[in-house]
Design a protein around this ligand. Structure first.
Ligand SMILES: Nc1ncnc2c1ncn2[C@@H]1O[C@H](COP(=O)(O)OP(=O)(O)OP(=O)(O)O)[C@@H](O)[C@H]1O
Ligand SMILES: [Mg+2]
Length: 279
C-alpha cells in the first residue's frame, strides 16, 4: 500500500523550502492512519560518498505495532531512523507518516512535534534535576527549562507525571537527582520524557545496551505495555530481549530488508545466518 497525496490539504504542505527554513504548519491532527499503517518507507536510498547505507529500503509499520529491527553492524538501522526523523535526507525514495505527511519535506523539530519520538543510545536527561522535574520539563516543552520549573503544574499535569513515574518504574525515585540513577534508570527516565510528549511513533535505538539483565527484563515489560498505545520501532542486537518483545522482526542487511517474520522464522533463514556469520 502506498501513501497518497491529500487533494484537500494540497500536496506541498509542511515544508516551504530549506532556503528559508520556514515550515508551514503541519500538526499531528493531519495524521491519517485509516489504512492501518503509521509509517511507509518506500525505495529509500541514502549514499555517503557513493556508499549506499540504505539501498531501496521498503518497510511499513502498522498502527500500534511493536516492530523489532535487527541486522549486522553497518546494515543501515540507525541511518533509517535518521531518515524518519529528518536528520538525513534520502537521495531517493519516500517516507510517509500516515497516508499524507511526507517526512522528507519536514525538519527535525517539526517531525518531533507531529508525534515521532526518538531515543538515542546514550541517555540524555538533566542530571542535576530530580526525576520528577525532568518529566515536568518534558511535559511543558513550549517553555524554557527555567520558565517551566517556575510555572505551576496543573492537576492534570501532576496526574500525568504520576502515571509516567509508575510506567517507567521510578515512582520511588521521583525526588532523586537524575544524575544519581543507574544507567538503566536513566534510560527509562528518557523514555518517560519522550512519552510525556505523547508520540504516535517511538523509535528506540539499542535501548538495552549497557543494561543489567534485570533492567533489560523490565525494559521488555515496559515496551510491551506501550505497544498498542504507541507504534514502536526498536533496533536491538540483544536477541534474548528481541525474543521477549517481538512479534514481527525485520532483518536489515546492506541497506535493504533481507527477511521479515517471527524471530524464529528469520533466525532459521539461510540468508540471515549467512550475513550474521559474515560468510
Ligand atoms: N554520516 C555518515 N557518513 C558516512 N558514512 C556513514 C554516515 N552514517 C553512516 N555511515 C555508514 O553507513 C553505514 C550504515 O551505518 P548505520 O549506522 O546506519 O548502521 P547500523 O545498522 O546502525 O549499525 P550498528 O549496528 O553498528 O549501529 C555504515 O557503513 C556507516 O559507516
Ligand atoms: Mg546503529
Amino acid at each position: 500500500m502506498s501513501p497518497r497525496t491529500d487533494a484537500a490539504t494540497g500536496e506541498d504542505f509542511g515544508w516551504e523550502g530549506e532556503a528559508t527554513g520556514l515550515a508551514r504548519p503541519v500538526d499531528a491532527s493531519q495524521l491519517d492512519t485509516r489504512h492501518g499503517d503509521i509509517l511507509y518507507l518506500d525505495d529509500i536510498t541514502v549514499s555517503f560518498d557513493g556508499f549506499r547505507a540504505l539501498n531501496k529500503l521498503t518497510l511499513d509499520i502498522a498502527v500500534g505495532e511493536l516492530r523489532c529491527i535487527i541486522g549486522p553492524n553497518g546494515a543501515g538501522k540507525t541511518t533509517m531512523m535518521d531518515v524518519i526523523t529528518g536528520k538525513t535526507r534520502p537521495d531517493a525514495g519516500t517516507a510517509f507518516f500516515g497516508q499524507t505527511i511526507d517526512l522528507t519535506r519536514l525538519n527535525e523539530p517539526t517531525i518531533a512535534q507531529i508525534g515521532i519520538g526518538r531515543k538515542f543510545q546514550k541517555p540524555t536527561v538533566f542530571e542535576a534535576m530530580t526525576v520528577a522535574e525532568n518529566l515536568e520539563i518534558a511535559l511543558k516543552t513550549d517553555k524554557s527549562v527555567w520558565a517551566s520549573l517556575r510555572a505551576r503544574l496543573s492537576g492534570q499535569q501532576r496526574d500525568r507525571i504520576d502515571e509516567l513515574l509508575g510506567l517507567i518504574r521510578l515512582g520511588e525515585q521521583r525526588q532523586r537527582e537524575a544524575g544519581l540513577l543507574s544507567h538503566g534508570q536513566k534510560q527509562w527516565l528518557e523514555i518517560g520524557m519522550l512519552l510525556a510528549q505523547e508520540p504516535k511513533l517511538l523509535l528506540l535505538d539499542e535501548p538495552v545496551a549497557g543494561m543489567t539483565d534485570a533492567e533489560t527484563e523490565k525494559t521488555a515489560e515496559l515496551l510491551l505495555t506501550l505497544k498498542g498505545k504507541h507504534s514502536l520501532m526498536v533496533v536491538e542486537h540483544d536477541m534474548a530481549f528481541v525474543g521477549a518483545i517481538a512479534e514481527k522482526v525485520t532483518v536489515l542487511a546492506e541497506g535493504s530488508v533481507l527477511a521479515e517474520g517471527s524471530l524464529a522464522q528469520v533466525q532459521a533463514d539461510e540468508r540471515v545466518i549467512e550475513v550474521y556469520l559474515g560468510r
